[in-house]
Design a protein around this ligand. Structure first.
Ligand code: CTP
Length: 400
């Protein structure tokens, strides 16, 4: 692919490698892209805005207040309508600001306001890059779907050899192309995703639930939207922000999630059931708050509907993905669920392993489509696991 007719914002922060951003800009313009440059407060100490203005043919956004470019609504609008934002080089300070939502200069402000796909190419001293604070910030960006183009190992500006040199501009252009190609590869796909826990009331102030954070399902919904799919997200109660650009249907009880899922399934091409549906609910809900009496409280629980099983009974052409939370016999148990619920794919994770699953931003899963199709993925950010699952759905739906 070329970058013809693509609108790209290039963010430049204050590192020695800023001069390489000029080369990156030239490469993207040569490929047909319309590039707008935003600079951090101090980036102009390394390369002047005039250089980027001359190479891009547009005013450079380098000051939040006062400059001609900042006053030009046209320029800001162009940035808002951009297909992609690439920050290169991103210094340690820049990475920290982007990861933590600071907005104190032109680049960080623009990054925060930009809702499209973003790529960040860090460049800094090798010890700074290895510092846990920097790595934590990078992990944060990754977990939000930002693509990180890792720096290369080589001679650094400070004279030492180590990992921290800005990736070759050609490599960054390749990543830009890859990200843009993915940006629309699910166009036309109608995806139904369930996420989060369910919540079954006991009385007006108590309920039964589980520790699902909803992160996996929200990551799938967000990634699918970014890749052009039309997404409906049915979500139990979570602390996550409601994602933009998708249909969002909140619910509480398993029975509500069942009704919403069965109502939406016929118009969808695929269902991804990441929700941690509670298997039991109180047989009856007390109208008044239960008072303590000193005696044990006995609750009678009934099984909730199995949403996937019900969905599989009415499915026609839909590609169905289930999740399996297992604490033993991972593959065997997941295979049984795959068959029983007539699924195309099951994503199994070992809930006894520390640091993954429920609340974490990371997950280590095994993707199973049958006895001879078992793929064990390494520990990855949930956004990357989401990408792999969506690739499988894309391939499966096309076949169907
Ligand atoms: N699931 C569902 N409805 C339920 C329970 C689970 O649709 N009442 C879905 C989950 O969203 C998941 C898959 O079924 O995609 C497997 O869930 P899991 O909890 O691992 O398995 P269960 O079928 O509940 O079996 P068990 O708890 O006995 O392992």
């Amino acid at each position: 692919m070329t970058l013809k007719d693509k609108k790209i914002v290039l963010g430049v922060s204050a590192g020695i490698a800023a001069y390489k951003a000029a080369e990156l800009l030239r490469l993207m313009v040569r490929e047909g892209a319309d590039v707008f440059v935003a600079m951090s407060a101090n980036a102009g100490q390394f390369v002047t805005p005039l250089t980027f203005q001359a190479l891009s043919g547009h005013p450079v956004y380098s000051e939040v207040f006062g400059s001609a470019a900042s006053a030009s609504m046209e320029h800001i609008r162009a940035a808002e309508g951009a297909d992609l934002l690439v920050v290169a080089p991103a210094t340690a300070n820049c990475v920290a600001k982007l990861a933590n939502g600071h907005a104190d200069d032109a680049l960080s402000t623009l990054f925060l306001a930009f809702a499209g796909p973003a790529i960040v190419a860090p460049a800094m001293n090798d010890k700074m890059y290895a510092n846990p604070a920097v790595q934590e910030n990078i992990a944060k960006l990754k977990s939000r779907g930002v693509r990180i183009v890792e720096p290369e190992t080589g001679e650094l500006a400070c004279g030492v050899v180590g990992m921290g040199r800005l990736a070759d501009p050609l490599r960054i252009v390749e990543e830009v192309k890859k990200r843009l190609a993915r940006a629309a590869d699910l166009a036309g796909l109608r995806l139904l995703v369930t996420a989060g826990p369910t919540r079954e009331p006991i009385d007006p102030v108590r309920y039964i639930t589980n520790p699902s954070s909803g992160k996996m399902g929200y990551a799938i919904a967000g990634q699918a939207r970014d890749r052009g799919a039309m997404v409906t997200l049915i979500s139990g109660p979570t602390y996550l922000p409601k994602p933009d650009g998708i249909e969002f249907l909140p619910c509480q009880k398993a029975s509500e999630m069942l009704d919403l899922t069965l109502a939406r399934l016929p118009e969808c091409d695929a269902l991804v059931m990441t929700a941690a549906v509670g298997d039991f609910a109180p047989e009856s809900v007390r109208k008044e708050k239960i008072k303590k009496s000193g005696e044990p409280l006995v609750l009678k629980l009934s099984p909730t509907p199995d949403i996937l099983l019900e969905a599989s009974k009415i499915k026609t052409r839909q590609y169905m993905v289930g999740f399996a939370a297992e604490s033993q016999n991972l593959v065997q148990s997941a295979l049984e669920k795959l068959r029983k619920k007539r699924l195309d794919l099951i994503v199994a994770n070992d809930i006894s392993a520390p640091g993954i699953g429920f609340q974490s931003d990371y997950n280590q899963v095994t993707i199973i489509a049958g006895e001879s199709d078992i793929e064990r993925l390494p520990l990855l950010p949930k956004t990357e696991v989401a990408g792999v699952i969506l690739d499988r759905i894309k391939a499966g739906v096309r076949k169907g």
